[in-house]
Design a protein around this ligand. Structure first.
Ligand code: COA
Length: 170
């Protein structure tokens, strides 16, 4: 069984390999500093029985973001004020050895659950993500993310879709 935890020193950050140096470096050097300063939070997936240094199977980061409603599709922008808040999925990565085992999907569902905690406490129109390339954008689209009209690598998952997805996974 897997467990989602906030990134701490108990996790083997150096051992994580996604095959992408910027993502590896983010996890090794930046993620904890950002958490301490309130810039973002990083959550890691580990095996329930893992002992420190716990191998990281995958991770994601979240931060609060501000968006202009005019950047959304007209139907989404309808009835919204000009400036709205959301949550940005800053990073999502699965260890190279664990890819194609639905861990990415599990992490996305977990990120949606974290979003709902923020939504219930402070609102927010949904999750935003910057896909690094077209295949990554296609990956997110499977889960209901839609590209913004101005940039097809920036995608949005509205709160309604998140609520429906979580009902299906309950
Ligand atoms: C993208 C990523 C997070 C997917 O995680 P994963 O655990 O391997 O994916 P899942 O097992 O949840 O995949 C579910 C389905 O998504 C699709 N998929 C998986 N990886 C994909 C990719 N890289 N591109 C497009 N579609 C992909 C497949 O249809 C897959 O189903 P299948 O295995 O039955 O064919 C992972 O490959 C990764 O870390 N990639 C590098 C970093 C990255 O691209 N991050 C996201 C964009 S910024």
């Amino acid at each position: 069984m897997h467990r989602l935890e906030l990134l701490t020193k108990a996790h083997d950050r150096d051992g994580f390999d996604r095959g992408s140096e910027p993502l590896n470096l983010f996890l090794r050097q930046t993620a904890r500093q950002h958490a301490e300063r309130g810039i973002s939070r990083t959550f890691v997936l580990v095996n329930e029985t893992a002992v420190p240094p716990k191998p990281i199977l995958g991770f994601f980061s979240l931060n609060i973001c501000q968006v202009k409603s005019e950047s959304l599709t007209p139907s989404e922008a309808k009835r919204l004020p000009r400036d709205v808040s959301g949550v940005r999925l800053g990073r999502l990565a699965v260890a190279k050895a664990c890819q194609r085992q639905s861990i990415g999907k599990l992490l996305l569902v977990a990120a949606m659950g974290k979003f709902m905690g923020i939504f219930n406490a402070a609102g927010g129109i949904g999750l935003f993500v910057d896909a690094k390339d077209q295949p990554a954008a296609r990956y997110y689209e499977q889960f209901g993310f839609v590209s913004l009209p101005s940039n097809d690598l920036e995608l949005f998952l509205p709160v309604k879709t998140i609520q429906e997805a979580l009902t299906q996974h309950a």
